[in-house]
Write a protein that binds this ligand. Structure first.
Ligand SMILES: [Zn+2]
Length: 589
């Protein structure tokens, strides 16, 4: 018997109170009692977030009679007895301005399915219908999502109405975030496929055409990269379009990938406006984010670790392979900006130099490997504190350096015949291309060395042992030299010889991190200490600290006055030479 689709309806019924109302109709609930649950985390962001905590009220009825809803554990509800179709109505509080949750006010509604759609246990493979209903206060809102409409319009590019949408199963339902409102929108095609960019927030004179033009170059380059013969886009297994939905704020930054869309946060100041000749480094940051999330359409949304196929959304899922999915993606995001021609070579070198500098400023890289960092993402990378630079390594940044080192190694050892590109294409063909077409297998934890050898003929197992499972620095200086690129080190501008990271706010300058083994550590200073004086002269901000330290040489001792809690303390600090942490790349003449 073909089961009736599961039916949801979602209404932003209380924009001022930031509330969504959801009605869920299950035609064939388990007669012994129906369990429902909400994900504990959202794929792509490896932290238990307990979205269920935002469900304010929930009630159920079956055959017109109210029935008991019993909460079980943190994320589950149990409804019994179910003598006929089960109808639930619940209210979700939505005031999380991030790419991971849900956010509703009078100007827009944005939500991820993981915050909104209860999964019907035992029926997660069933078709889901969702009716999006308009808010009571605004008649001009439209709907932007990669989730397909249940009734396709003849002109697919013209949709965006409220009404019925459809997902083949629960996994698909929660992988298409939704934006409602009156955003600025631009469309373009890349290799024949519709791409839509949606910008929410106040952005006067946004240069949509310029952004669309540059993004099109990036998308086209990536499509061609994975499918050089067919130029087939990856997302037609899930949607008739790809949607970039961007929330623009004063200082936003971040993104979360989905199978046919991405949710982004961007800073207003990073986006180009009309009449602006040069958009600057901030715009390159935005395009890098766009490139990163789009690359994930292949790498992590379809090419996945076995541990994520399928996702277990009720608890943490550990994999040691995030360096492949985030690190390789971070390597290719900037590389695709260069290959698609949206940035120049000197900009690419600047971006790579920044990544190398960042990794180099992290003493924690000698304590944790990127395989360990991947595994511990849930409890460490996603729960960073003042000591994290001393204790952790990022599988993003060091992962991208590993990718670069591996790429150069493969190119060198194969005499220029093979590269990391061949690895990505083999992974795509083997694991990614048919992932949503009934072949959902992922990469086993230990399979990478053999797959890379198969793709390139080059044995990189020693490289992986040393730089992925081991904690050595990737020897980039020598590797880049072999490519005609020089790598040199300089002191970072504005960095004191206290060996600390500073944080200024509300007229106070505090130590954000005390680097292990540095001058401040040796003297007894601590993260959290608020700087007040150097040799009796007042410190007001970072610049004043630099000025006060300028007369002194490495080896000189200064008295640093700080508040720790409300206690005034003084420490004798022997200044060190400014660390050479600024990496500069250039072509060797
Ligand atoms: Zn990513």
């Amino acid at each position: 018997m073909k089961k009736e689709p599961i039916l949801y309806s979602v209404t932003p019924f209380d924009p001022a109170g930031h509330r969504l109302k959801v009605r869920l109709t299950i035609q064939n609930p388990d007669p012994d009692g129906q369990e429902l649950s909400l994900p504990a985390w959202i794929p792509g962001s490896y932290l238990i977030r307990d979205f269920s905590r935002q469900v304010e009220t929930i009630q159920a009825e079956s055959n017109g009679k109210p029935i008991t809803v019993e909460k079980r554990g943190n994320h589950s509800w149990f409804c019994a007895p179910c003598s006929g179709p089960l109808i639930l109505e619940y209210c979700v509080y939505a005031w999380d301005l991030s790419v991971r949750g849900a956010h509703v006010d009078e100007s827009h509604a944005f939500f991820n399915g993981t915050s909104v759609f209860l999964s019907v246990i035992g029926q997660t493979d069933e078709t889901c219908h969702v009716e999006f209903c308009p808010p009571p206060h605004a008649s001009n809102w439209k709907v932007y999502t990669s989730l397909p409409e249940a009734h396709q319009h003849p002109a697919a590019a013209a949709r965006h109405g409220f009404g019925m949408y459809i997902a083949p199963n629960y996994d698909a339902l929660i992988d298409h975030p939704v934006e409602m409102g009156t955003p600025q929108v631009v469309q373009f095609e890349a290799h024949g496929a519709v791409h839509e960019m949606v910008f929410t927030g106040v952005i006067p004179h946004l240069d949509l055409e310029r952004i669309a033009f540059d993004t099109q170059q990036i998308c086209a380059a990536q499509i061609k990269f994975f499918e050089p013969e067919t130029k087939k886009v990856p997302f037609l297994d899930s949607s008739d379009r790809y949607v970039f939905m961007t929330m623009v704020t004063g200082d936003g930054y971040g993104g979360l990938e989905h199978r046919a869309s991405t949710a982004l946060m961007a800073s207003r100041h990073d986006l180009p406006v009309l009449s602006q000749a040069n958009a600057g480094e901030g715009y390159q940051t935005f395009l890098g984010l766009v490139s990163h999330e789009y690359f994930h359409t292949w790498n992590v949304k379809r090419i996945k670790p076995e541990r994520f196929a399928p996702y277990n959304l009720s608890r943490e899922s550990h994999t040691e392979l995030l360096w492949v999915f985030e690190g390789f993606t971070s390597y290719y995001d900037d590389l695709m900006l260069l290959r698609s021609g949206v940035i120049a070579e000197k900009d690419y070198f600047r971006l790579i130099g920044k990544v190398i500098s960042n990794v180099h400023r992290t003493p924690g890289r000698f304590k944790q490997s990127i395989a360990e960092s991947s595994h511990d993402a849930w409890t460490r990378y996603y729960k960073q504190d003042e000591n994290s630079p001393n204790a952790l390594v990022s599988y993003y940044t060091k992962g991208s350096l590993v990718a670069m080192g591996m790429d150069i190694t493969i190119r060198t050892k194969s005499g220029g015949a093979r590269s990391l590109d061949d690895v990505m294409r083999l992974l795509w063909q083997r694991y990614g291309r048919d992932f949503y077409r009934g072949a959902p297998n992922g990469i086993p934890e230990d399979a990478l060395p053999a797959l890379i050898q198969e793709a390139t003929g080059v044995d990189v197992s020693e490289f992986i042992e040393r730089y992925v499972h081991g904690r050595d620095d990737v020897p980039l200086e020598a590797l880049l030299r072999s490519q005609g690129v020089s790598l040199s080190w300089a002191p970072a501008p504005g960095v004191t010889s206290l060996d600390v990271r500073l944080r200024s706010a509300h007229g106070e300058t505090a130590l954000a991190t005390v680097y292990e083994g540095g001058a401040a550590h040796a003297a007894g200073l601590s993260a959290g200490d608020i700087l007040v004086a150097v040799n009796g002269l007042r410190v007001t901000d970072t610049a004043s600290l630099e000025r006060l330290l300028r007369p002194y040489q490495p080896g000189d001792v200064v008295i640093v006055g700080v508040f720790r809690r409300d206690e005034l303390r003084a420490y004798d600090v022997t200044l060190s030479a400014p660390a050479l942490t600024e990496c500069v790349l250039d072509y060797r003449q």
